[in-house]
Design a protein around this ligand. Sequence first.
Ligand SMILES: Cc1cc2nc3c(=O)[nH]c(=O)nc-3n(C[C@H](O)[C@H](O)[C@H](O)COP(=O)(O)OP(=O)(O)OC[C@H]3O[C@@H](n4cnc5c(N)ncnc54)[C@H](O)[C@@H]3O)c2cc1C
Length: 433
Amino acid sequence: MRKNDFDVIIVGAGPAGLAAGYVLAKEGINVAIIERGIFPGSKNVMGGIFYRSSLDDLIPDFYKEAPLERHIIEQKVWFLSDDSMFSAGLKSERYNVEPYNCFSVFRAKFDKWFAKKVSDASAMIINETVVRELILKRGKVVGVRTDRPNGDLYCDVVISAEGVNSFLPKSLGLRKKINANNVALGVKEVIELPDKVINDRFGVSNSSEGVTIEITGPYFNEMRAMGFVYTNRNSLSVGIGAVIEDLVRLKMNPNDLLETLKSHPAIKPLVSGGETKEYMAHMIPEGGYYSMPKLYHDGFMVVGDAAMLVNSIHREGANLAIESGKLAAKTYIEARKKGDFSQRALSAYQKRLEESFVLKDLKTYKNLPKLLEEKKYLISKYPKFLIDAMYEIYNVDRVPKSEKIKLILNKAKKEIGYFSIIKDIFSVWRNLR
Ligand SMILES: Cc1cc2nc3c(=O)[nH]c(=O)nc-3n(C[C@H](O)[C@H](O)[C@H](O)COP(=O)(O)OP(=O)(O)OC[C@H]3O[C@@H](n4cnc5c(N)ncnc54)[C@H](O)[C@@H]3O)c2cc1C
């Protein structure tokens, strides 16, 4: 039997792989992270908003030195129809005090910084190398085959952290082909604007305070899509993610969706005069709890997007990736003490995830993807009704308010139906329990 080259090999240097590598290297474990990009983050397009707490647990006060854009003090949801916008959200000074809740980031810069921390902790990061397949011995994973000449590498355990397009878990039969209902296509533009213009347009008092806007509603015509506008220091990240099944069914092109979104009367003034600097597209695993693969095998664990760990309702992905990477690393450390890397030993990873906020949150929303697939009108009909009702209330045309309320109730009865409203409320409540 060939000697191990490393104790652990991690495939992919995104947040999941880097977090796992960091924990292992800090424990003096001989770990390699294999990344196909020219540097970690070079292939990443995340929007994106990064939640602090999971990484802070690994690198306390990381936000004081990491390359971050703005800390977010206001988060809004905009419900758009063709000509209107209804807004809800929270701006709080409690988000404006250190250590802050979340930040806008550019992952190309952020992952590069994180990777430096990981290699300083003495993990080996091997860039520009693609893992082609797993090496198995009597059904157990014992290494990886890379695209380099003589590129076979052996280890105790392989951690699959290669993101949404992961094929390693599939090659072991841990999951089936990814269903078009379980993945969204995200497209994003970075639009450059002077920081002072951004501060004025978004109502913040300086260039370190930021705002996020999530966009949904009847504007997307029963399409499971979510738009976003995030403030960076000197630019905006503007994008849209739509479930691939809907894009195909409605023959929609996400680039066209983004172009029309930018010309909506509520969005246009925000992006006006800006210059597009970058354009990117990437898949997002949005299938939730039921779309997860089996997470372990003999000598193998799956973390981050490869394990479909994304909470799309709260657009949390990178923090779940870090948390899962950490828990997989801890599982390895425990298994190593017993010298047992069998799937029985590594199943402790699943247990750890179940006990963490990661799977608790995904379980809370486990039925939501199916509910929205079956009742697509929930994301269009109700917000449209709300926008029209608000319009009536604010529109002073000498009709008494009592009549307006009657009108609104009649509209609800005619267009949705009281019985349907009760049924929908019950079904949302039941699915979120
Ligand atoms: C448009 C968009 C907006 C998003 N916005 C947010 C947001 O605001 N907040 C948030 O928390 N999350 C957001 N996400 C989700 C977030 O990006 C992911 O959840 C997160 O990046 C998952 O981390 P990961 O380490 O599992 O995978 P990734 O970050 O995808 O990293 C995987 C790495 O593996 C490498 N790799 C893949 N295959 C191989 C191979 N065979 N060999 C070697 N290397 C390989 C890749 O190059 C990559 O670097 C967004 C995603 C998109 C697409």
